[in-house]
Design a protein around this ligand. Structure first.
Ligand SMILES: Cc1ncc(COP(=O)(O)O)c(C=O)c1O
Length: 405
C-alpha cells in the first residue's frame, strides 16, 4: 500500500490552522533562537538562562521520581506545592491564603495565562493589555474570543526614568464591555516595575468598571532597584476580590524548562481558572511540583545571587550598547532591556536584528510583534541579560564591531 504513495507528484499541502491562530504566525522566540544557532551568534534573544537551577529543586524532583510520585497530580496541584506557595505569599506580609482554595498549580505561567483568559472571558468581552506585551496575552484573548484593547507604554522622554503610560489613554480603553485588564509587573520587555500610584489608578478603574485585574508577576523576584519594589495588585485595598495573580518558578529559579506555574485568586475567580485548567492539561508534572515546593521552601541565597548577577550583567550590557551608539532605556527588573537602534541609521527592528545576528554575531528580539501598533516597536530591540557573565562579555566584545549604517 505504502509503495503506491508518490510524494513527488503531490502539490504541497497548505497548513491547516484555525482562523483564530492565523494572525499570530510562528513564534519570534523560536525563529530568533534558530537564527542565532545558524549564525553561531551569542543568543541574547529568547529569555532563558544559560546555566542551571538550584540543587535543592533538582534533588527533590529526583527523589520524588524515586519515591514513585509518577501518577497524575491533584488537579489543583500537589498539596506540598500549594502550601509552599501560600506560605511564601504570607511570608511577604500578604494576607494568608487557603492553599487548596486559592492556589491552582499550572504548567508554567503560560498555562495560567491561557486558563485565566479562556476560563474567565466570554466571546465579545473586552480585555485591556499594555503594549508591548508578552505574546501569550493576545493569543489567549483570541482563544477566548475576547476583544483586546491596547494602552501604550512609552519609552522615557528624556531617556532616563521608566516606561510610562498616558492616564487619558488608559481611561479611554475602559468601556462598558471591559471585563479585565492584564498588568504585567515587573514588565517584559521594558523592565518597568509599575509604581504604587500606577497600580492604584488601575485598581480604581477596575472598581469603577467592575473589571478584574489579571497580574502576571513571573519576574516578581527579579527587581534590581530598591526604590522600585514589586507590589502585588492583589494587596491593594479592595483588590483581592477582583485580582488573579499569576506567577511561576521558572524565572526565579532559572528552571524555565520545568514549566511549573500558578494562579492565586479568591474562590469565585479560581473557579474560572480551574474550569479551563481541568481541560487544558488537568495537572502538572508531579515530580517537578515536588522539586518546585522544595525550592520555594528553601531558596537559600539563590535568588539574591541571581539578582546580583543580572543587575551587573544589565549594567555591563547597557554600557556596551550605549558605546556602540544605541539609546539604551533603563531596565529596573526582569531578564530584559530595550534599546533604540535608530541612532545607528536603521529604520526597522527586523533589519537591525538581522544585521546584528549575521554581521556582528549577537542575537536580540525585534519587538514590533509585541505591539498592536507595530510602528511603536520598530525603533527598538530587546536584549536578554539573564546569562552567564562570560556570555555577556562575549556579546560585549562582538558589539564593539557595530557601526552606523
Ligand atoms: C511576562 C511573562 N509571562 C509569562 C511567561 C511564561 O512563563 P512560564 O515559562 O512560567 O510559562 C514569560 C516567559 O517568558 C513572561 O516573560
Amino acid at each position: 500500500m505504502l509503495n503506491n504513495i508518490t510524494h513527488t507528484t503531490r502539490m504541497p499541502t497548505p497548513p491547516r490552522i484555525a482562523d483564530r491562530f492565523v494572525p499570530f504566525g510562528a513564534s519570534i522566540f523560536a525563529e530568533m533562537t534558530r537564527l542565532a544557532n545558524q549564525h553561531r551568534a551569542v543568543n541574547l534573544s529568547q529569555g532563558f538562562p544559560d546555566f542551571d537551577g538550584p540543587e535543592v529543586a533538582k534533588l527533590a524532583a529526583i527523589e520524588a521520581i524515586r519515591a514513585g510520585h509518577g501518577q497524575y497530580a491533584r488537579m489543583s496541584g500537589v498539596p506540598e506545592l500549594n502550601r509552599a506557595i501560600a506560605d511564601s505569599w504570607s511570608k511577604r506580609g500578604l494576607a494568608p491564603l487557603d492553599p487548596d482554595a486559592h492556589v491552582t498549580v499550572t504548567s508554567g505561567c503560560s498555562e495560567a495565562i491561557i486558563n485565566t483568559l479562556v476560563g474567565i472571558l466570554n466571546p465579545g468581552d473586552e480585555v485591556i493589555f499594555f503594549e508591548p506585551y508578552f505574546d501569550f496575552y493576545t493569543a489567549g484573548a483570541a482563544m477566548a474570543g475576547a476583544v483586546p484593547r491596547f494602552v501604550a507604554l512609552h519609552p522615557p522622554r528624556d531617556g532616563r526614568g521608566a516606561f510610562w503610560f498616558d492616564e487619558a489613554e488608559l481611561r479611554a480603553a475602559f468601556t462598558p464591555r471591559t471585563r479585565a485588564i492584564m498588568v504585567n509587573t515587573p514588565h517584559n520587555p521594558t523592565g518597568k516595575v509599575f509604581t504604587r500610584a500606577e497600580l492604584e489608578l488601575i485598581a480604581g478603574l477596575c472598581g469603577e468598571h467592575d473589571a478584574i485585574a489579571i497580574t502576571d508577576e513571573v519576574y516578581e523576584h527579579l527587581v534590581y532597584e530598591p526604590t522600585l519594589p514589586h507590589i502585588s495588585m492583589a494587596t491593594l485595598p479592595g483588590m483581592w476580590d477582583r485580582t488573579i495573580t499569576l506567577s511561576s518558578m521558572g524565572k526565579t529559579f532559572s528552571l524555565t524548562g520545568w514549566k511549573v506555574g500558578w494562579a492565586i485568586a479568591p474562590e469565585h475567580l479560581t473557579a474560572g481558572v480551574r474550569a479551563c485548567h481541568q481541560y487544558m492539561t488537568f495537572s502538572t508534572a508531579t515530580p517537578l511540583q515536588h522539586g518546585a515546593a522544595a525550592a520555594i521552601r528553601e531558596p537559600g541565597e539563590y535568588c539574591a545571587q541571581l539578582r546580583s548577577l543580572f543587575a551587573s550583567n544589565r549594567d555591563v550590557l547597557s554600557e556596551a550598547l550605549s558605546r556602540a551608539g544605541l539609546r539604551v532605556y533603563p531596565s529596573h527588573s526582569t531578564y530584559f532591556l530595550m534599546a533604540d537602534h535608530t541612532p545607528l541609521g536603521f529604520t526597522d527592528d527586523r533589519a537591525f536584528v538581522s544585521h546584528l545576528i549575521e554581521k556582528i554575531g549577537v542575537a536580540a528580539i525585534p519587538p514590533s510583534g509585541f505591539y498592536n501598533r507595530r510602528e511603536l516597536g520598530r525603533p527598538l530591540a530587546r536584549f536578554a541579560f539573564c546569562k552567564k557573565r562570560e556570555t555577556i562579555e562575549e556579546a560585549v566584545l562582538r558589539l564593539s564591531a557595530l557601526r552606523p549604517v
